[in-house]
Design a binder for this molecule. Structure first.
Ligand SMILES: Cc1ncc(COP(=O)(O)O)c(C=O)c1O
Length: 428
């Protein structure tokens, strides 16, 4: 498989030494366990350059990137996003924060245009967790109620508020006590949300499609049901579209699949076009009132900086100009169809195949299968990841610019990986 990918010359004259030094320093100064894991998985290399769906390592070997935690919807080094950032870098990289700058206002307008319904005002921050943190504060300030209904298996980030809303004990337990007032109900069942409403509850936060929970697409009545429950009980509905937003699922936002508008929508990941980190909280005017009344009540030094904002503007323009959202829908359907055929051959290993657009989950029969698959795919120069809250589900989240030729390479590699996992099973 890897033969079909290009090899160039190594990027440095002594790659082995550079890799060894970097992994040693990683182990000594960054994270020892992570450095050992890289070695254990045979990842004794360094990523060095990237373009489109391809990451090149220091040896000049190419990998097709279906991972990158869903950030790379536009592909690596998207030319228009890079150009916009480069131009701004030469002009003025960071804001002085006393005078206004054009780009934050322009990006706010772009987001209001592409987000559904009457979502209008945006607060900009630097990551998905920060966006959810701010969204939870905004909702609390509006409702004056501390209770939040979240879902089992949810992933909203790892800061205290976002973690309190997240649903996997492994990440929560060492940090107890988390914020009080969070209730976790099963995902996909709006009646479970309604049953959990008490006079203290003011907010509901969900991912329209759970990403790290294992790419769980809810039943069609879920989002409309949540909207209705929130309207009837006066609750603020937050959709965390950090992973699903910006075209990933074949619509601008996953909630567009069900035509439901939340009161607050959070974005990050692909909002920076794969070039800059940026997050955003976009809210309806009445909900945003506190931030509007007192703009210093919630702030971030780097949030809304010019580099991140011009990246966001260029990223949104690219979605439109290049039809990336439509491409995600088409390419996703092609991949899902092929994977469903593969599933019929290996139902024990490939228990389920699901997703929307280019957010695709492969549920493996056993957690051990995931490890075999990820290693086998890496050996074939295809990068995938497992879901953080559901490790038996492997996620494919390739960029929308991936070519059909590259998709076929990925699918062949997945077939081999599944066959490999089946063979390991047969030996046991
Ligand atoms: C749905 C969702 N929300 C929030 C986050 C957290 O984003 P970040 O890692 O940028 O803080 C993630 C990250 O994977 C996510 O998938």
């Amino acid at each position: 498989m890897a033969d079909e990918l290009h090899h160039t010359e190594p990027f440095v004259t002594n790659p082995d030494q550079v890799v060894e030094q970097a992994l040693n320093d990683y182990g000594t100064y960054v994270n020892d366990a992570m450095a050992r894991l890289y070695r254990f998985m045979g990842l004794t290399t360094l990523e060095w350059a990237a373009n489109g769906a391809i990451i090149s390592d220091i040896y000049g070997q190419e990998y097709i990137d279906c991972g990158s935690y869903g950030v790379m919807f536009h592909g690596h080094s998207h030319p228009q996003v890079v150009a916009a950032v480069r131009e701004q870098l030469d002009r003025m990289a960071m804001h002085g924060r006393t005078l206004p700058h054009k780009w934050v206002a322009a990006l706010g307008k772009c987001l209001a245009e592409i987000t559904p319904g009457d979502l209008q005002y945006s607060f900009f921050c630097n990551s998905g967790a920060e966006a959810n943190e701010g969204a939870l504060k905004l909702a609390r300030a509006f409702t004056k109620k501390p209770g939040v209904i979240a879902t089992k298996g949810a992933f909203h980030g790892k800061t205290f508020g976002a973690l309190s809303a997240s649903g996997r004990e492994l990440y929560r337990e060492p940090f107890y006590p988390l914020l009080p007032g969070f209730i976790h109900v099963p995902f996909g069942d709006w009646r479970a949300v309604e049953a959990a409403v008490t006079p203290e509850v003011g907010t509901v936060i969900v991912e329209p499609i759970q990403g790290e929970g294992g790419v769980i697409v809810p039943p069609d009545d879920y989002l409309p049901g949540l909207r209705d429950v929130c309207d009837r009980h006066g609750l603020v509905l937050i959709f965390d579209e950090v992973q699903t937003g910006m075209g990933r699922t074949g619509k601008y936002f996953a909630c567009n699949h069900w035509d439901v508008t939340p009161d607050i929508l959070t974005t990050a990941k692909a909002l920076g076009g794969g070039v800059m980190p940026i997050g955003a909280i976009t809210a309806k005017p009445p909900i945003f009132e506190l931030f509007n009344d007192n703009p210093y009540i919630h702030s971030s030094t780097f949030g809304g900086n010019p580099l991140a904002c011009v990246a966001g503007i260029a990223a949104i323009k690219a979605l439109k100009d290049e039809g990336l959202v439509e491409q995600a829908a088409e390419k996703g359907a092609y991949i899902l169809n092929r994977l469903r055929q593969l599933r019929q051959e290996y139902p024990q290993v490939l228990r389920d195949v699901r997703g929307k657009g280019l957010l695709i989950g492969l549920e493996m029969g056993k957690e051990a299968h995931s490890g075999v698959m990820i290693a086998e795919l890496a050996a074939q120069h295809v990068i995938v990841i497992h879901s953080l809250n559901n490790p038996s589900v492997i996620r494919l989240s390739p960029p929308a610019v991936i070519t059909y030729e590259q998709i076929d390479i990925v699918l062949d590699a997945v077939s081999k990986g599944v066959a490999q996992a089946a063979a390991v099973d047969a030996e046991l």
